[in-house]
Each structure stands twice: as structure tokens, then as C-alpha cells.
Design a protein around this ligand. Structure first.
Ligand code: AQP
Length: 332
């Protein structure tokens, strides 16, 4: 079976609709016909300032949400990145074949470091995409389900895999991004030309999966639209309405055209009200499941420990091959 790997940062108390529609929904679908590896990437989460107690708590909350969305530990390997030391070890090796200028061209780093000020941005934030390449290459992933914002990092991963294979001999599978066409980028409700983002959006621009349904409905009601009245899918001229149509279609498993047809002759208020209800219908059972998993942290930790054991088997074999190829003397 083809392999798939992806990760998500435990940097907030809840995943948001962008995470879900851009990536996590595909994670759940792919576990059926792929050998799937999914991780909560806590090493990535410390590239920006963080609170240690919060990180540990959020790591469990992230795992509980992934289970609540439908990841099945019997059908996929779910683990925490820091439980598998091979990630940091391969990352170092890949750093040594990455050009400084090449890493400097990553737009996510440029955006985030510009926002923080270059003196405050860490070296970890700079090397973040190389650690991400290590995450993927360790598992010989064929596909990586992510949102559009990760396309450039995936391209770097592919380049590093090809470069390593060329210099040291065939070692890594070269992975393909798996980016959903319709929901590759979900937009901020308050600024529908920008990505819905944990770190950049205002709270009212993000629909969090664990928000109480009333809160989400309110945020959706105040979503920025335009001064016309017609509901049609026109991302260029009507980005706010297009975003709401995209979310509605994805959450109800329909084509955008079908949703558009439903709203012919109706107003923006209807579209927003219905979407609030659609999100609520999803969020209520989801929150219940997540709370169920969080109520038994010992069992959650056991699931993650089993995942880490399996992840280490696969990643350990890749790292051993890498060490041999680059000429590290094996320990006696
Ligand atoms: N708005 C989005 N639309 C589609 N996909 C998105 N993803 C994130 N935002 C959107 C995808 O979610 C996955 C997890 O991403 P992450 O762990 O890197 O989360 P993140 O980057 O912390 O999420 P944010 O909100 O984008 O945070 P910031 O602002 O800190 O960068 C990835 O596959 C990502 O593509």
C-alpha cells in the first residue's frame, strides 16, 4: 500500500476549519487505502515562543481532536513527533545538504520572521521546513496531505530527497503533495483575501472546531462579504461569499455549483445562517468525542506510545540507511 505522512502543530486549543478542510479531512480518508503516519509536531511548535505547560496540554488536545475526527489507531500510526528522536537526527543531516539561500527563500519564514522582527525570529523557525522534510522522508511517504500554504515546503522536501539520492545513492522516496482542489485554502472570515490562520487571523476571522456552536454562528454572521446581493461563486470579485460557499459545499459533501443553485434569489443572511447550522451539526458531536478522549488521558497516552513504537521501527530503518550512505561509522 502507498504510504502517507502528515503532521499538525499543537499550537492552539482547537484546530480550525482551514486545518480541517485543507488537510485533516484528507488524513481521515487516506487511512483507508494507505499505510498512514500522522504526527502531532511538537518540535515544530517550539520554533515560536511557547508556554511549556500549555504545550503538553495542547499536544493531548491535538491527539484527541485527531481521534475525534476519525483517525483510527488500528488503521493508522498516530504519534507525537518528539517521541521519535529520528526526526531531529535526520533533520540535522538534511540541514547539511540545504543551501542557506535556498532555506532563506521559504515564504512562510519570510512572512513570520518579518512579523516578529528578524532579531526575535529563531534559527529553529528558519530550519522549520528542513525538519518537515525529515518528518516526511523518514517514512518514505508517497503522498503528503496538506493545504496550499505547504506547497513550497513540499517542493523543498522533494529537492532534498532528490539531492540526497543523487549524491549518496537511492535512499528516499520522492513524495507528492496531496492538496485538495476545492479547499486548498480556506480564508479568514474578516479578511477573505488572507488565509484563515492561527497566528495571523483575529479570533473573529477563525472558526475553531471546538468553539461553542453559538460562537461559530456569530463569527459566520459577521463574516465580511460585499455590497452586492447576489450569491455567486466569484473568488476574485466576491471572495467573502466564495469562501462561505466553499465551506458550505465541503461540509455538506456537495459541489459548489449545487450550493450556489440552492441560494438563487436568496440573501446573504440565509447563507450565513445555514452555514452556522451546518458547522454546529458538525461541532456538537465532535466536541463530545474529543471530551471523551480527554477524559482518559492514560489511554490517550497509551495510543500515542503504541504509535511511537511503530513510527520508530519505520523511521529507524530509514535513518540507519542514511547513516550508512553518508559514511557514519556504525556503533560497535
Ligand atoms: N487556511 C487554511 N486552508 C487550508 N489549509 C490550511 N492549513 C492551515 N491553514 C489552512 C493546513 O493545516 C495543516 C496543519 O497546519 P499547521 O500545523 O502548520 O498549522 P498551522 O500552520 O499552525 O495552521 P495555521 O493556522 O496556518 O497556523 P500559522 O498561522 O501559525 O501558520 C497544514 O497542512 C496546513 O496546510
Amino acid at each position: 500500500r502507498p504510504r502517507v505522512l502528515s503532521g499538525i502543530q499543537p499550537t492552539a486549543d482547537s484546530f480550525h476549519l482551514g486545518n480541517y478542510l485543507g488537510a485533516l479531512r484528507q488524513w481521515v480518508a487516506l487511512q483507508d487505502d494507505h499505510e498512514a503516519f500522522y504526527c502531532v509536531v511538537d518540535l515544530h511548535a517550539i520554533t515560536v515562543e511557547h508556554d511549556p505547560a500549555e504545550l503538553a496540554r495542547r499536544t493531548r488536545v491535538a491527539a484527541a481532536q485527531l481521534l475525534g475526527l476519525g483517525l483510527d489507531p488500528d488503521r493508522c500510526t498516530l504519534f507525537v513527533q518528539s517521541h521519535v528522536p529520528e526526526h531531529a537526527r535526520l533533520s540535522w543531516i538534511l540541514e547539511c545538504i540545504t543551501g542557506f539561500g535556498e532555506a532563506g527563500r521559504m515564504t512562510q519564514f519570510k512572512d513570520k520572521s518579518a512579523k516578529q522582527g528578524t532579531d526575535r525570529a529563531t534559527v529553529g523557525l528558519f530550519t522549520y521546513p528542513i525538519l518537515q522534510a525529515a518528518d516526511i522522508l523518514l517514512y518514505q511517504a508517497d503522498r503528503v496531505p496538506v493545504g496550499e500554504d505547504q506547497r513550497q515546503h513540499l517542493e523543498l522536501t522533494r529537492n532534498l530527497a532528490q539531492r540526497f539520492n543523487h549524491r549518496f545513492g537511492e535512499t528516499f522516496r520522492v513524495p507528492e503533495p496531496h492538496i485538495p482542489q476545492a479547499t486548498a485554502k480556506i480564508y479568514d472570515l474578516q479578511d477573505p483575501t488572507a488565509k484563515m490562520s492561527k497566528s495571523a487571523s483575529s479570533p473573529s476571522g477563525i472558526v475553531e472546531l471546538l468553539d461553542p456552536p453559538r460562537t461559530s454562528a456569530k463569527k459566520i454572521r459577521s463574516a465580511v462579504t460585499d455590497n452586492e446581493r447576489e450569491i455567486r461563486f466569484d473568488p476574485e470579485n466576491k471572495p467573502g461569499i466564495a469562501n462561505l460557499l466553499t465551506i458550505n459545499a465541503a461540509m455538506t459533501d456537495r459541489k459548489v455549483a449545487e450550493v450556489e443553485a440552492e441560494y438563487v434569489g436568496r440573501g446573504y443572511g440565509d447563507l450565513k445562517k445555514d452555514l452556522g447550522e451546518i458547522v454546529a451539526a458538525f461541532a456538537e458531536p465532535f466536541a463530545e468525542k474529543v471530551n471523551g478522549y480527554l477524559a482518559d488521558p492514560a489511554e490517550l497516552d497509551r495510543v500515542l506510545a503504541r504509535g511511537a513504537t511503530r513510527a520508530r521501527e519505520v523511521s529507524g530503518a530509514t535513518l540507519a540507511a542514511v547513516h550508512e550512505r553518508i559514511g557514519f561509522l556504525p556503533p560497535a
